[in-house]
Design a protein around this ligand. Structure first.
Ligand SMILES: Nc1nc2c(ncn2[C@@H]2O[C@H](COP(=O)(O)OP(=O)(O)O)[C@@H](O)[C@H]2O)c(=O)[nH]1
Ligand SMILES: [Mg+2]
Ligand SMILES: [Zn+2]
Length: 317
């Protein structure tokens, strides 16, 4: 609560927040980490690890899981005074088409796919575009590996991404070694799990947690938040120091807020050819001397990925 308790770095960040959000006068408060957002209530973790529900004083921006905030206690609860600047943010348009943050300060996106529900290449590509646009690393997790015998196409799909240089892990809830590989991948980073509903994201996270009590379910019951939990992204600490953010599953991941160039930039194998087409506004679909189409003809860009790119671009208009 007193400013003396803050380190120099924390002090600087609060100063930066003050400048950014034009908070009047002295910003008294202490740093906190947003664990989850439930409507108007924000569950935060204080520096000492205590958790409490807070509300927002100012509406500068929506706090989401992973956000750093400055807050002050108010009885058993608290008030968020300011949101500190984000290193990275993953956003997506809501059902009204309004762009909303989902999770903040993420180092890596873990795209989770499975044989059931069957993995969709286009959804993977959309997440990869979103990651590239946000400046976040991305890896692929093939979950429910125990079901792969019935759906070998999922492994072929994963191979495409491995060839693109994306790290691919196969896991299932019955094997420990894969859980260790996953922990190693997370290391001390903040990692957000994304993917279709039902691919096993929440199960995966629970497997890596040693302590039942830090599960969001138990926790939200304790603070009386009931069952809103499944609709919000939530942050979990791993014993090794990493953080995992579970996000609600989506069937579609809209990228309507991005430009065509931003989408092309999310297709990693297009990179050497971007800017080399004859026409500056080339749509890479039928143009003569299109560097992307030529690369495809030479076998350097797969038909599937090219089709996926076009699908995303055409879904925007
Ligand atoms: N066969 C199999 N089923 C799994 C595995 N992991 C999770 N499931 C099941 O898949 C369903 C969805 O899991 P959940 O974690 O809720 O998925 P989420 O929607 O991505 O969070 C549940 O019924 C899990 O029991 C796995 O490795 N193998
Ligand atoms: Mg889930
Ligand atoms: Zn082109």
């Amino acid at each position: 609560m007193s400013k003396q308790r803050l380190s120099k770095q924390q002090h600087r960040r609060i100063q930066a927040a003050q400048d950014r959000y034009r908070v009047d006068g002295d910003l008294a408060g202490e740093p906190g980490l947003v664990i989850a957002r439930f409507g108007k209530q924000v569950l935060i973790e204080a520096e000492n690890g205590d958790r409490r529900t807070t509300t927002l004083r100012r509406h500068a921006e929506d706090p989401v899981a992973g956000d750093d905030v400055v807050w002050t206690p108010q009885g058993e609860h608290g008030v968020i005074e300011a949101l500190l600047p984000r290193r990275t943010v993953i956003s997506r348009p809501n059902s009204q088409g309004v762009l909303r943050p989902v999770a903040a300060n993420i180092d890596r996106l873990l795209i989770v796919i499975a044989p059931q529900p069957l993995a969709q290449a286009n959804l993977i590509d959309r997440y990869l575009v979103a990651a590239a646009h946000a400046g976040i690393e991305a890896s692929l997790v093939v979950n429910k590996a125990d079901l792969l015998r019935d759906a070998p196409s999922v492994l072929q799909l994963a191979e495409i991404y491995r060839h693109l240089g994306i790290e691919v892990l196969a896991t299932d809830q019955f094997s420990d070694p894969t859980a260790h590989a996953l922990s190693d991948l997370v290391a001390s980073q903040t990692v957000a799990l994304v993917g279709q509903s039902g691919v096993g994201k929440s199960s995966l996270i629970q497997r890596l947690l040693p302590d039942l009590e830090i599960r969001i379910g138990a926790l939200s019951d304790a603070v009386g938040l009931g069952r809103h939990t499944t609709t919000a992204a939530a942050l979990y600490h791993l014993p090794g120091g990493g953080r995992l953010i579970d996000s609600p599953g989506v069937r579609e991941f809209h990228l309507s807020h991005l430009s065509k160039d931003a989408i092309a930039a999310g297709f990693i194998e297009f990179e050497p050819f971007l800017g080399l087409c004859r026409f500056r506004d080339c749509s890479h679909s039928h143009e003569v001397r299109c560097a992307i189409l030529e690369a495809h003809e030479r076998g350097e860009i797969s038909a599937d990925r090219l089709a996926s790119y076009r699908q995303i671009v055409s879904s925007m208009s």
